[in-house]
Design a protein around this ligand. Structure first.
Ligand code: 0PR
Length: 372
């Protein structure tokens, strides 16, 4: 840190220079985050000094968090759902499994049973909580094999997880069957819908994955992904608000005397941004955004197949995967653990971006043919 500060212009100029080194969103084809909606950006500034960790000082902001949880609970078919705004899917998954563990303190060597598609936040969770993680292989279509799952659950299983919108392939596990398995073994059922929670309800043919499915205890759902909010807004939703009580610690000198959240100081800015987007767009706005992303996904699949790539799954949501191959320089795509090319068609991946990418792929193919 320098002794003397420098002018605002100098600081801003330095920062805009380094910001320009970041990859521009119009070349990012593999992120689950996107450019926030302008209303989220506006609200971010308004709430920049708020701290949800001391809600007695910010009762207004706390009201916004409650409204966000209530709106998302309603979307998940349970108006009375509880929960709180987390710093994303990792915290939501960790906190859900902490609750599951607290409910089964009688189990001495606890394990959780998760699909092969489970996000790496479950590895972190098991490491932190001292749990064995049992990974169930894929069945058909990169969805978890529920028969194998049933076999892998035993008396030491404290929770089973399903993924609704898998990170790599955008598939939705068979949540009703998984919830039934959990029920039969009297263990907790968590659904990781960090990505899919704001996509599946707006598809033409939504599949069951939320609290409408009997036995689902908790859901991770991230507004900072398809909710167009600013990072790091996530939400942990619970069938019953009281479930959070087991995570409480005493906070004697705060304006509230107990706290169940992982972080102490928590931003209100991204939470207000998330609520603003939901309120502003409504279901209608989300439906039309998701329809656009799905149309672009279908166009990408058709275009890639025309260039000789073959799809690995029929996309259920706005994630597409193809047999491995090169993509033209400059474009950011990612690879799955099985080395498939993976694309996430977020709202910033517009039709125009898709067409430019496909044109570059076609040009690249011409080059390869010429060389041959
Ligand atoms: N659950 C699922 C299904 C996820 O896809 C993710 C993240 C998480 C949980 C964890 O969420 P947080 O990262 O909010 O804690 N999925 C993305 C991924 O790993 C996150 C991401 C987003 C990574 C943008 C890179 C990126 O550029 O791919």
């Amino acid at each position: 840190m320098e002794e003397r500060g420098c002018s605002r212009e100098e600081v801003i100029s330095f920062l805009s220079g380094v910001r320009a080194e970041d990859v521009h969103h119009d070349h990012i084809l593999s992120s689950m985050c996107t450019i926030p909606h302008p209303i989220a950006i506006a609200v971010q500034e308004m709430f920049s000094a708020t701290n949800l960790g001391d809600p007695g000082l910010f009762p207004g902001t706390m009201k916004v968090e409650d409204l966000l949880i209530r709106s998302l609970g309603d979307l998940m078919h349970l108006r009375s759902a509880g929960g709180y705004a987390t710093a994303g899917g990792t915290e939501s998954n960790l906190q859900a499994i902490r609750i599951a563990k607290k409910q089964r303190e009688d189990v001495k060597r606890p394990n959780i049973v998760v699909p092969a598609s489970a996000h790496f936040s479950f590895d972190k969770t098991c490491d932190m909580l001292g749990l064995e993680m049992r990974v169930v292989p894929y069945g058909r279509n990169y969805m978890v094999d529920t028969e194998r799952m049933a076999e892998m659950v035993d008396a030491n299983t404290i929770a089973v997880a399903a993924v609704a919108g898998t990170t790599e392939y955008g598939m939705v596990d068979d949540v009703p069957t998984i919830a039934k398995i959990a029920k039969e073994h009297d263990c907790f059922c968590h659904v990781d819908a960090a990505f899919g929670g704001l996509v599946i309800p707006f598809l033409e043919r939504p599949v069951p994955f939320d609290f409408a499915v009997e036995g689902v205890d908790s859901i991770s759902l991230d507004p900072h992904k398809m909710g167009l909010s600013t990072i790091p807004c996530g939400c942990l939703l619970l069938r019953e608000q009281e479930m959070l009580g087991c995570l409480n610690v005493d906070t004697p000198y705060l304006t509230v005397k107990k706290q169940c959240t992982l972080a102490g100081t928590r931003p209100g800015a991204d939470v207000a941004g998330a609520y603003a987007v939901i309120r502003h767009l409504g279901r209608e706005g989300f439906r039309s955004m998701v329809a656009g992303c799905m149309e672009n996904t279908r166009r990408l699949v058709a275009g890639m197949e025309a260039c000789g790539f073959s799809r690995v799954v029929d996309p259920v949501m706005n994630v597409a995967a193809f047999s491995a191959g090169d993509v033209p320089a400059g474009w950011k795509v990612s690879h799955t653990r099985d080395n498939h090319l993976r694309f996430v068609l977020m709202p910033h991946v517009t039709r125009d971006v898709v067409e430019r990418f496909l044109a570059d792929v076609a040009d690249g193919q011409d080059e390869i043919l010429k060389r041959e």
